[in-house]
Design a protein around this ligand. Structure first.
Ligand SMILES: *[C@@H]1O[C@H](CO)[C@@H](O)[C@H](O)[C@H]1NC(C)=O
Ligand SMILES: *[C@@H]1O[C@H](CO)[C@@H](O)[C@H](O)[C@H]1NC(C)=O
Ligand SMILES: *[C@@H]1O[C@H](CO)[C@@H](O)[C@H](O)[C@H]1NC(C)=O
Ligand SMILES: *[C@@H]1O[C@H](CO)[C@@H](O)[C@H](O)[C@H]1NC(C)=O
Ligand SMILES: *[C@@H]1O[C@H](CO)[C@@H](O)[C@H](O)[C@H]1NC(C)=O
Ligand SMILES: *[C@@H]1O[C@H](CO)[C@@H](O)[C@H](O)[C@H]1NC(C)=O
Ligand SMILES: *[C@@H]1O[C@H](CO)[C@@H](O)[C@H](O)[C@H]1NC(C)=O
Ligand SMILES: *[C@@H]1O[C@H](CO)[C@@H](O)[C@H](O)[C@H]1NC(C)=O
Ligand SMILES: *[C@@H]1O[C@H](CO)[C@@H](O)[C@H](O)[C@H]1NC(C)=O
Ligand SMILES: *[C@@H]1O[C@H](CO)[C@@H](O)[C@H](O)[C@H]1NC(C)=O
Ligand SMILES: [Cu+2]
Length: 542
């Protein structure tokens, strides 16, 4: 029986090694691929292969990626969860921290690895990651806090047969009849899926302990993962090692990562079912599954499959909440100097399209990337106006402690991702102010870089403005971001200006695409913001 490469790729843990330079040449190319075995389509891969390879680095390595763009449109790479401290221009957010890599051009991303845990790398231009330009990015440390025998990455996503440009156009259509949810026939586990469950079998050896690194790289939706008759121990979320939390299942929103330890049974008498269902949201603690997915944990090819789903005794979907986790490094939450309340709405705007918005302001990429603006407008870089109304800039002073309250007034869950930092998860509660639903963190709140806020609930998070740069804060459901659910934190403009020298390649790529290398969001000087769009605005009555 063919061994899946992702199972065989479980790394034996290496002892402490000297910091090294990990240099990768990535030619970003269109590739025909057939992930569900049901007919292929054009995907975006690397060096004419799909899926792009997982990247493994060690703490203190330098990761260098020479990214060449062989597509017919711009592209970029974002290392999701890496703080890019001092290297804002390598954060990959097109329109914020770069112009994008022009077709036929190159951009070299270089970062000193200061964080460990489970991350991923993906394009941050339009829906290219949904078209396949994404891969796990795993950072190992010499001594992991927990012991395990094998390290397995499971990248989970919903698979679309259509290219993301089509889906974008469909969702942003002015016709309500066209704006239907795109079809997702299958779940992919490490880029394979489809009706043949053997393609996603997870093979366990009796007695071994596995670290499963679950990464949700979906375009939309939430995933819940569980193995029948196995408990799991959560040990990491979004790169932060936590104290052990025993669970039967975990749920992950797009962009989120959770590592669990699973101890295999001692006998290979039976095989079991694992689940990785997609659901849209959790209401009253009940998930609405839209795409159930099951595959097999195999101890022995000869053993019978115990299928608990058939007897209604499946996994206990005991939705644990991230706010209950305790990081092992025990950092107390900072105080608060700045308060940023954000209401989340979806509605039809006066351009007759459906947009999503923070405080009714729907994000639009400025003409000139916000980082260019910060570096070329002198003292005006301290004024929010200069970045453009639609890039929703929020200026944060150096070392200011920011508290963000996200009030989700929508009918869907949204996973919010912060670039350049992680945040402390302080409070969760419901908009109806039901005290039973309010939860506060302990003294050492969990920190993460992506938080889900269910519909009609709120979350309060805090971060410290200790990483000068311009950092996007957005819903990680790709299409929601394209529908405008994003804003930018402009952290410590004085320090950005004092300490940033843009790489030559940054400017060359802008030149190639005809994007000015100076000026405000409109490409003009000073506060001349003529033509800066304010709308569209929500049609009244939502
Ligand atoms: C890229 O370069 C190739 C070969 O030089 C050329 O044929 C192609 O038109 C170029 N593509 C773009 C988008 O400039
Ligand atoms: C990495 O660290 C070295 C040594 O401190 C420094 O010279 C180099 O500029 C850093 N590289 C990046 C990409 O930040
Ligand atoms: C897949 O599973 C079926 C039974 O469901 C089995 O007959 C077949 O041999 C398996 N194929 C592989 C490649 O393991
Ligand atoms: C990933 O997250 C999305 C959105 O938060 C969710 O809908 C989906 O079910 C999650 N899981 C998987 C496996 O895609
Ligand atoms: C497997 O056997 C070992 C040694 O007898 C025991 O400590 C462990 O609890 C057993 N594991 C399970 C999952 O039953
Ligand atoms: C388990 O049983 C359920 C219900 O009968 C069925 O839908 C599902 O396909 C089975 N799972 C596997 C992995 O065979
Ligand atoms: C499982 O639950 C479903 C729905 O409640 C029911 O129709 C079915 O008969 C149950 N099956 C078993 C084996 O109890
Ligand atoms: C957004 O617009 C709606 C409808 O016009 C209004 O009820 C709501 O108060 C607005 N929210 C904010 C934060 O401006
Ligand atoms: C960024 O680097 C500065 C200076 O070393 C440090 O004080 C700060 O904590 C760092 N912030 C993050 C988010 O890495
Ligand atoms: C620029 O960066 C250096 C090195 O991290 C730091 O010591 C210095 O304080 C920074 N300058 C400003 C104005 O923030
Ligand atoms: Cu969203």
């Amino acid at each position: 029986m063919a061994r899946l490469n992702w199972v065989a790729a479980g790394l034996a843990l290496l002892p402490c090694v000297l910091a090294k330079r990990v240099e990768l040449d990535w030619d970003i190319t269109y590739v025909d691929a057939n992930p569900d075995g049901q007919g292929g389509r054009r995907m975006i891969g690397v060096n004419n292969k799909w899926p792009p390879p997982a990247i493994h680095v060690n703490l203190d390595d330098t990761l260098v990626i020479n990214a060449h763009n062989s597509l017919d449109e711009a592209t970029s790479l974002h290392m999701h969860g890496f703080f890019q401290n001092g290297t804002n221009y390598y954060d990959g957010a097109v329109g914020v921290t770069e112009c994008g890599i022009a077709p036929n051009s190159t951009y070299t991303y270089a970062v000193n690895v200061t964080q460990t845990g489970t991350y991923w790398i993906h394009s941050h231009f339009m829906g290219q990651y949904v078209d396949g330009l994404r891969a796990p990015l795993i950072s190992h440390r010499p001594q992991e806090p927990y012991r395990y025998d094998e390290d397995i990455t499971m990248m989970l996503e919903a698979w679309y047969r259509r290219e993301s440009r089509d889906i974008h156009d469909q969702l942003l259509s002015t016709s309500e009849a066209v704006r239907t949810a795109p079809f997702r026939p299958y779940m992919l586990v490490n880029s394979v899926g489809g009706p043949d469950l053997n393609r996603t079998t997870l093979r366990f050896t009796p007695g071994k302990t596995y670290r499963l690194r679950l990464i949700n790289v979906s375009g939309t939706g939430m995933v819940r993962f569980g193995i029948e008759q196995h408990t799991m121990q959560v040990i990491e979320v979004d790169g932060i090692d936590t104290e052990i939390k025993e669970v039967h299942s975990v749920q992950l929103a797009v962009g989120q990562r959770t590592s669990v330890l699973v101890t295999a049974k001692n006998s290979s008498d039976s095989n079991y079912v694992y689940h990785a269902d997609i659901f849209t949201d959790i209401q009253s603690g009940v998930a609405r599954a839209v795409l159930p997915f099951q595959s097999i944990v195999e101890y022995s090819p000869q053993a019978p499959l115990l299928n608990d789903t058939a007897t209604n005794s499946t996994v206990d979907w005991d939705f644990f909440q991230d706010i209950d986790l305790v990081p092992i490094d025990k950092i107390p939450a900072p105080g608060v100097n700045k308060w940023v309340p954000l209401e989340v709405h979806t509605s039809i705007f006066d351009d007759y399209r459906e947009h999503l918005a923070f405080n009714n302001r729907t994000y639009q990429t400025p003409v000139v990337p916000s980082l260019t603006t910060a570096l070329t407008t002198g003292y005006q870089a301290y004024y929010e106006e200069v970045y453009g109304f639609k890039s929703y800039p929020v200026i944060v002073d150096a070392m200011e402690n920011v508290e963000i309250a996200i009030f989700n007034k929508d009918v869907n869950s949204h996973p919010f991702h912060m670039h350049g930092n992680n945040f402390f998860v302080q409070v969760r509660g419901s908009l109806d102010k039901d005290p039973a639903k309010r939860k506060t963190s302990g003294s050492f709140p969990v920190r993460r870089d992506t938080i889900t806020v269910p519909p009609q609930e709120y979350a309060i998070i805090r971060f410290v403005g200790d990483n000068p740069g311009i950092w996007l804060f957005h819903c990680h459901m790709e299409f929601h971001m394209e529908q405008g659910l994003a804003l930018t934190f402009v952290v410590a403009p004085y320090r950005i200006i004092a300490n940033t020298t843009l790489p030559d390649q940054y400017k060359r790529n802008c030149d190639l695409m005809g994007i000015p290398n100076a000026g405000n969001a409109m490409g003009r000087t000073g506060l001349d913001m003529a033509g800066d769009p304010r709308g569209p605005f929500p049609l009244s009555g939502f």
